[in-house]
Design a binder for this molecule. Structure first.
Ligand code: EPU
Length: 292
């Protein structure tokens, strides 16, 4: 039986991924599967494992560039509300992989719990944020983790506790196929006080980053002790445009896309920034965004 026959209600063939990413570029998924709950996801993963069909999990699409050629195999979208549940007990918050960070921040503030607000302004979902240990100057998501429930490539559900996990700058040791949910340890504070801090962080971000444009956040990781944005800026590349892709004139580590942009345009801009920075400063920039 084929995938379409096995999971007809949740599988679509040749689906465009561009609308599901912040860059709004890129090709088709051979199969887009949208499971209705974790059990169904588990069945899909076990089937694909047995049939040797590659599986990729799509988060919020905010740190992702899909090549114009598209991707073969299965892309799983965790869009069902069952992956977006939040529950709060004492100082712990439990959130599904599909919860948006902004929603989790709002809900934990309402509950008088602090910690999450350091992630304000970061797009994407809990699952994606954990995978790349999203964060900024004031902290990252990894430091808040108590445990993470994952699904392995063979379809087994496992809980990984904080002492089995390691997080570093834009790195997490979670390399299982999918993240299902996570538990975060927060601390009590007054909602007014947390809101005040959140506003301050948000204003700082808005002043330096092109948050309203189509982009995938910072494109490159910061090399140790340096800022990728500042290096690209010093190479004189702000505002440089190839096709529909442009290095933001607000923050040089952001690539914004315009109407008609392709992922090939974005890749050309990436290559240009890399080669100019290598030539002028002898620094190799490493991609922060995922490329499919
Ligand atoms: N700078 C320039 N020109 C630019 C951009 C930056 O000169 O075009 C200078 C700034 O003036 C500043 C320094 O470079 O002196 C650092 O810039 P910024 O404070 O904007 O921080 P960043 O290191 O570029 C990091 C994260 C961001 C995060 C911010 C704030 C990375 C790659 N980037 O940016 O994360 O929002 O700190 O906490 O680690 C992301 O990962 O997608 C992301 C946007």
């Amino acid at each position: 039986m084929t995938l379409l026959e096995q999971f007809p209600e949740i599988t679509k063939a040749d689906q465009p991924l561009a609308p599901l990413t912040w860059m709004k570029t890129g090709g088709l998924a051979q199969f887009l599967v949208t499971p209705r709950n974790a059990d169904e996801l588990q069945k899909v993963v076990a089937y694909c494992h047995a049939e040797e069909i590659p599986v990729r999990i799509l988060g919020g699409g905010s740190n992702l560039l899909v090549r114009d050629e598209g991707v073969s195999g299965v892309v799983v979208q965790l869009a069902d509300p069952s992956f977006a549940q939040i529950s709060i007990e004492g100082t712990k918050a439990r959130a599904g992989a599909g919860v948006s960070l902004s929603h989790l921040i709002t809900e934990t503030i309402k509950a008088g719990l602090a910690g999450m607000e350091t992630l304000v302004g970061i797009p994407g979902t809990v699952g994606g944020a954990l995978r790349g240990n999203a964060g900024g100057r004031s902290g990252d998501i990894g430091q808040l983790v108590a445990s993470v429930t994952v699904l392995t490539a063979s379809g087994e559900r496992v809980v990984r506790k904080e002492d089995e996990l390691s997080f570093a700058y834009r790195f997490s040791s979670i390399n299982d196929l999918a993240i299902l949910e996570a538990e975060f340890k927060l601390y009590p504070d007054s909602p007014d006080e947390i809101t005040r801090r959140t506003r301050k962080l948000w204003i700082m971000k808005k002043a330096t980053q092109p948050l309203a444009s189509q982009s995938a956040g910072c494109v490159f990781k910061n090399p140790r002790g340096m800022s990728a944005g500042s290096l690209i800026d010093q190479a004189g590349l702000k505002g440089t445009r190839i096709g529909g892709a442009e290095i933001s004139d607000r923050h040089a580590n952001f690539i914004v896309t315009h109407e008609g942009a392709t992922s090939a345009d974005v890749m050309r801009v990436i290559d240009l920034a890399r080669s100019k920075v290598a030539e002028q400063f002898g620094v190799d920039l490493e991609l922060e965004i995922q490329v499919w």
